[in-house]
Every structure is written in C-alpha cells, then in structure tokens.
Design a protein around this ligand. Structure first.
Ligand SMILES: O=c1ccn([C@H]2C[C@H](O)[C@@H](CO)O2)c(=O)[nH]1
Ligand SMILES: [Zn+2]
Length: 134
C-alpha cells in the first residue's frame, strides 16, 4: 500500500463521519506494519467537548485490537490547506506512533503535506517526563 492508496482509504473513512454539529467530515487511515488499514472518522456529541477526532478513532481502534506498529497515517478533510491535526491528536499520535513515522495531511483538492510524528509536536510531553527524577 502506497501513500496515494492510504489517502484513498482516508477518503473512504471520511464518509462515515458523524458530524451533525460541525458538518466537518474528517477521515483517517492508519497503516499497520502487518498491512492492516484502520479507518477512523470524527464522531461528535451534543456535549461538544466529547467529540472524537478521526485520527484518534483510528489509533484507538488499532490499539484496542492489539496492533501497535504502524507505517503511516493519512488524514483528509475538505479544507483549503492539508488538514492540520488538533493539539489533542498531536499529543496522542506522539505517544502511540514512532517519531519517524510519516503522517500524510491532505485535502479534497489532492494537496498533500508529509510530516513526521516528531515534527507534528516538537517537545511533546511523554512517559520519560513522568519518570524524570530531576
Ligand atoms: O484533524 C482534525 C481536525 C478536526 N477534526 C474534527 C473534530 C470535530 O469533529 C470537527 C471540527 O473541529 O473536526 C478531526 O477529526 N481531525
Ligand atoms: Zn484531533
């Protein structure tokens, strides 16, 4: 599976978005090392702060099935620039994906920005900080 194909999977995942409030559909596709692709979409709630982003949906689906090794993540929305993940997702991606893994940020115009996990959130808070004895 190449970058273009993973983006196609994210476009398919986007169709499943549950977005009655924002009407802003986001899709994600997470490629695992074993070749499995996990789809994610955003899922909103009348209690707005409970909204779950597409990226986290895909990651939680994979982790909950015991899959933890990934090759890439594609994210797509219908926006002017390749869709930027929110801060919460950057934090979760930083913890659950390897620093050098590539993330493909895209839009429906076919623009693609390739960025690594470590570039998404430089200086991310991590488990090492918790264990820091100073
Ligand atoms: O990268 C992003 C950015 C936003 N959203 C969702 C959250 C909310 O449902 C809607 C508007 O912010 O888009 C995502 O799923 N991923
Ligand atoms: Zn997010």
């Amino acid at each position: 599976m190449n970058q273009r194909q993973l983006i196609e999977e994210a476009i398919k995942a986007r169709e499943k978005a549950y977005v009655p409030y924002s009407k802003f559909q986001v899709g994600a596709a997470l490629l695992a090392k074993d070749g499995t692709v996990f789809h994610g979409c955003n899922i909103e709630n009348a209690a707005y702060s409970m909204c779950i982003c597409a990226e986290r949906t895909a990651l939680v689906k994979a982790y909950s099935e015991g899959v933890k090794d990934f090759i890439g993540l594609a994210v797509v929305a219908d926006v002017k620039r390749p869709v930027p993940p929110c801060g919460a997702c950057r934090q979760v991606i930083s913890e659950l994906c390897s620093p050098k893994m590539e993330v493909y940020l895209t839009n429906m115009n076919g623009e693609v920005q390739t960025i690594t996990v470590e570039e998404l959130l430089p200086g991310a808070f991590s488990a090492e900080d918790l264990n820091d004895d100073k």
